[in-house]
Design a protein around this ligand. Structure first.
Ligand SMILES: Nc1ncnc2c1ncn2[C@@H]1O[C@H](COP(=O)(O)OP(=O)(O)OP(=O)(O)O)[C@@H](O)[C@H]1O
Length: 350
C-alpha cells in the first residue's frame, strides 16, 4: 500500500515538474520572440502589425508607418506578380520600403503568405532580400521588405528603352556569384533548409551596389535535412522548371540548381528562356545553347549587347550552366559546388 502511495506521489511530482518546465520554456521562447519583434494592434482596421527589430526599423514610428501604408495608391506600384502587388513606401527621405500586398479570399495566396513569413523571418544574408515586418488584417496581408533600388534582373536584361545601357560583364558575373551564394545559403545553411522553387530572373533583385538579392518566397518549401518535398501541383515558372519536376511534382534543391542554370544562360545570352524566336523554331533556350556548346562555338551564343568580355571567363560560366542543366538531377552539382565553381572563374573581382 505504502509502495503504491509513493509511486503515485512520484508520478504527481513528475507531472507537475513537466508542466512547470513547459510553462517556463514557453515563456522564455515568447520573451525571446517579443524581443525580436514589435507587435502593434491597429484597432482601426482590426489588423496586426509586426515589425521585426533591426537598425532600419528602430526609429520607425508604427503610427506613421500605418498612416502612410493606408495611403498607398496605384502611383506607388513598382511591380506585380502572381502573389500580389508591390508598392514603394517612403516613410521619409531616408527610409523607404517595398510593400507587397496580398488580397485575401484565395487560399493559395494565404499559403503563399505564411510560407513567405516562415521562410524569411529569421534570414539575414547579403544575397537575400530582408523582411522588415508584416501586417495581417481581415481584408489583406502585407509583407514589408527592404526596397531594392535597381529593380529586378529580368527588366535589366530584357527591358526596353527605359534601361540606359546594357549590363556589362563584371556586373553580370557579380550577379551570378551573388545569386549562387544566396541560394547555397538557403539550401545548406538555413535550418530548416529552404527550397526556393521559383528561381527566375524577375525574382533576383538588385541593391544600390548591383549586388543580387533573391526574393519572392511565396512558393518556398521548408525541408528537414535529407528530405525532399512532394507537392501535388506543378508550381514555379515555365521555362525555368527542371524536366523531372513535370513527371514527379517533387520539389528538390536540384530543381533550384536547374532554374539557376537557366538564369545563368539569360545572363550569358541576354535571351529569355521562352524567347519568341525559340518557340517559332520549336526549340528553347536550354536546347539551343546545349547544341552550340557541343560544337564549342560559345561566341555564337553570347549576348550581342556585351561589347567587351573575357572569353575565357564566359566559357567557364557556360560550363557551370551546362552542369546545372544536366537532365539527370543526380548529375547536377549542389548549389554550394556551383557557388564555388563560379567564384573560381575570376578570383580577383569578388
Ligand atoms: N523588395 C523589392 N524592392 C524593389 N522591387 C521589388 C521588391 N519586391 C518586388 N519588387 C518588384 O515587384 C515585382 C513583383 O514582385 P513579386 O514578387 O510580387 O512577383 P514576381 O516575382 O514578379 O512574380 P510571381 O510572384 O508571379 O513569381 C518584382 O519583379 C520586382 O520588380
Amino acid at each position: 500500500m505504502a509502495g503504491s502511495t509513493t509511486l503515485a506521489l512520484y508520478i504527481t511530482i513528475s507531472c507537475v515538474a513537466f508542466v512547470i518546465s513547459k510553462i517556463i520554456i514557453s515563456s522564455l521562447l515568447y520573451r525571446r520572440w517579443t524581443r525580436k519583434h514589435r507587435i502593434v494592434r491597429d484597432t482601426l482596421s482590426g489588423g496586426k502589425l509586426v515589425i521585426l527589430r533591426s537598425p532600419t526599423t528602430q526609429s520607425l514610428s508604427t503610427k506613421v508607418f500605418m498612416k502612410k501604408t493606408m495611403k498607398l495608391s496605384n502611383k506607388d506600384i513598382i511591380g506585380s506578380g502572381g502573389h500580389g502587388t508591390v508598392y514603394r513606401l517612403a516613410i521619409d527621405d531616408t527610409i523607404t520600403f517595398a510593400v507587397k500586398r496580398l488580397n485575401k479570399g484565395n487560399s493559395d495566396r494565404e499559403r503563399g503568405f505564411e510560407r513567405e513569413l516562415d521562410a524569411m523571418a529569421d534570414i539575414k544574408h547579403r544575397n537575400i532580400v530582408s523582411l522588415y515586418g508584416y501586417y495581417i488584417a481581415p481584408q489583406f496581408n502585407l509583407l514589408v521588405y527592404e526596397l531594392m533600388p535597381n529593380g529586378n534582373l529580368d527588366t535589366l536584361l530584357h527591358g526596353t528603352a527605359s534601361i540606359a545601357k546594357p549590363l556589362d560583364w563584371p556586373t553580370r558575373y557579380k550577379i551570378a556569384v551573388g545569386t549562387a551564394r544566396g541560394l547555397a545559403y538557403l539550401h545548406h545553411d538555413c535550418v530548416p533548409h529552404i527550397i526556393h522553387r521559383d528561381i527566375k530572373s524577375s525574382n533576383i533583385l538588385l541593391d544600390h551596389n548591383m549586388e543580387a538579392r533573391v526574393s519572392d518566397f511565396g512558393l518556398a518549401t521548408l525541408i528537414k535535412p535529407d528530405h525532399s518535398h512532394v507537392s501535388t501541383i506543378v508550381a514555379g515558372t515555365f521555362g525555368y522548371l527542371a524536366p523531372e519536376y513535370f513527371e514527379t511534382g517533387r520539389a528538390t534543391t536540384k530543381g533550384d540548381v536547374y532554374s539557376f542554370g537557366v538564369v545563368l544562360l539569360e545572363l550569358l545570352t541576354g535571351k529569355r528562356p521562352t524567347d519568341e524566336s525559340f518557340i517559332e523554331e520549336g526549340t528553347k533556350l536550354v536546347t539551343w545553347v546545349k547544341g552550340i556548346l557541343e560544337l564549342k562555338k560559345e561566341e555564337h551564343a553570347v549576348d550581342k549587347a556585351l561589347s567587351c568580355y573575357p572569353m575565357d571567363e564566359v566559357k567557364k560560366v557556360f560550363h557551370v550552366a551546362e552542369k546545372c542543366l544536366e537532365s539527370d538531377p543526380l548529375e547536377r552539382p549542389t548549389m554550394a559546388e556551383v557557388y564555388k565553381m563560379l567564384e573560381q572563374v575570376n578570383t580577383s573581382s569578388i
